[in-house]
Design a protein around this ligand. Structure first.
Ligand code: PSV
Ligand code: MN
Length: 408
């Protein structure tokens, strides 16, 4: 028996004693899929400076090549989100084929309505009807792109808002937002989902048209069953209980997806799980709880969540940063799978605060290394994807791309 086999046997015995079926846990871990963002592979920075790294992809095709490395080494990142026009190409069918040749596919299509001068006072909520029309046409263009590349997820985030009291008519803009989104909604195929993201500030500093989950939820409800809310973990004020929002939206069958990242102060876009891993664990706890709900609608919602990463790696090399992010998500998911929810419920029924809290926290404190090693071995991916990336030579192989690649 190798050291690894002994460690796993002990782990299995410990978990069996806790009432956990490891075969089920492993099956769920193998089924986890995390989408990576094309823009996470390009140059990025802050409003102070965009740093250029050597080897950064020069076009969307090269971004897919980098994303394919992340999938190859982790086994759980088979799709890549695109942002239009950052990833604009002449032939989307060709991009789709390129992705497939690399063993990945095109995931969520993200319209981009915040990079053009005309959008200085907003896009779909601009008081100028010509700008609103242009913005809506772009949303419709993205539905067409999604059809071409075979994607059924459209992720929407709007920078629209204002900086000063009195600057805009907030209620009119609310109506314009609905108008544009319902036109887009009508254009979608029955398989497509519109995921509506919210953010409380930045780049607008006084009001943002879709500022919080309540506004996104209301919009999704008004639009219909194919519209759902996207929770970007960085888009909340300090101290917000994100897992509560997650539980609420799941219960309403309106949680469509996540943009994972970590934050300290605001929308910092840092590696998910690096600053607040317990929050990530507690989010998964709520999702797994909903996935076992007696209401089949809630269960289905939990099963259909699109897990996506939305980060920019400004000071760290991008491909290993993405691998690290995916591993962090996988680790917290694994820990959440080890919560004995019957034990939690039983303590809740007894109104035993400490037992209930302990039943959740004790799973977080378990070292899941033996479990993850076993899963990776069964999936045929490296036991240590970070090390495997370092040793692969891929980082050197892309250096001839030079500096000054695509930036977000
Ligand atoms: C906005 O901060 C956001 O979270 C949206 O999802 C954008 O699409 C993405 O970041 C762009 O980096
Ligand atoms: Mn986001």
């Amino acid at each position: 028996m190798t050291l690894f086999d002994r460690a796993y046997a002990l782990f299995e015995e410990q978990q069996r004693a806790r009432g956990i079926d490891l075969e089920q846990v492993k099956a769920k871990l193998k089924a986890l899929k995390v989408e990576t963002p094309s823009w996470g592979y390009g140059d990025s920075g802050t409003r102070f400076k965009v740093f250029q790294q050597a080897g950064v992809p020069r076009n969307p095709f090269e971004k897919f090549e980098d994303a394919a490395q992340v999938h190859k080494l982790t086994g759980i990142c088979p799709s890549v989100a695109i942002h239009i026009p950052w990833d604009k190409v002449d032939d989307y069918a060709q991009l789709k084929k390129h992705a497939a040749d690399l063993g990945v596919s095109i995931g969520a299509v993200n319209p981009n309505l915040f990079q053009e001068d005309e959008y200085i006072f907003g896009s779909v909520t601009n008081s100028n009807p010509a700008v609103r029309r242009k913005a809506t046409e772009h949303l419709l263009e993205c539905v067409e792109i999604a059809k071409t590349v075979g994607s059924d997820v459209l992720s929407l985030w709007f920078a629209d808002g204002s900086n000063y009291p009195g600057q805009v008519d907030i209620r009119k803009r609310k109506a314009w937002m609905y108008e544009a989104l319902s036109e887009m909604y009508q254009a979608m195929t029955p398989q497509m989902r519109m995921l509506i993201e919210y953010k409380f500030f930045e780049p607008a500093f006084y009001h943002t048209d879709l500022a919080d989950w309540g506004m996104a939820f209301n919009m999704a409800n008004k639009l219909g069953p194919q519209a759902e809310v996207l929770v970007d973990t960085g888009h909340h004020a300090q101290g917000t209980n994100v897992e509560h929002i997650v539980a609420y939206l799941l219960d309403e069958k309106k949680l469509g997806g996540f943009h994972f990242n970590s934050r300290k102060y605001a929308d910092d876009d840092m590696i998910v799980g690096s600053h607040n891993p317990y929050e990530l664990f507690l989010i998964f706890y709520q999702i797994l709880d909903a996935a076992a709900d007696e209401d089949s609608g809630v269960r289905k919602t939990a099963e259909n969540i699109a897990y996506m990463i939305d980060q920019s790696h400004n000071i760290e090399p991008k491909i290993p940063a993405m691998i690290r992010s995916v591993l962090n998500v996988q680790t917290q998911y694994a820990k959440a799978l080890l919560i004995n929810r019957d034990q939690v419920r039983e303590a809740q029924e007894r109104q035993d605060v400490l037992d209930a809290e302990n039943a959740v926290r004790e799973a977080y404190e378990i070292d899941v290394t033996p479990l993850l090693l076993a899963v990776r071995e069964e999936m045929g991916v490296p036991a240590d994807p970070m090390k495997a990336y370092k040793e692969s030579g891929y980082a050197d192989s892309i250096l001839p791309r030079g500096k000054g690649g695509a930036s977000w």
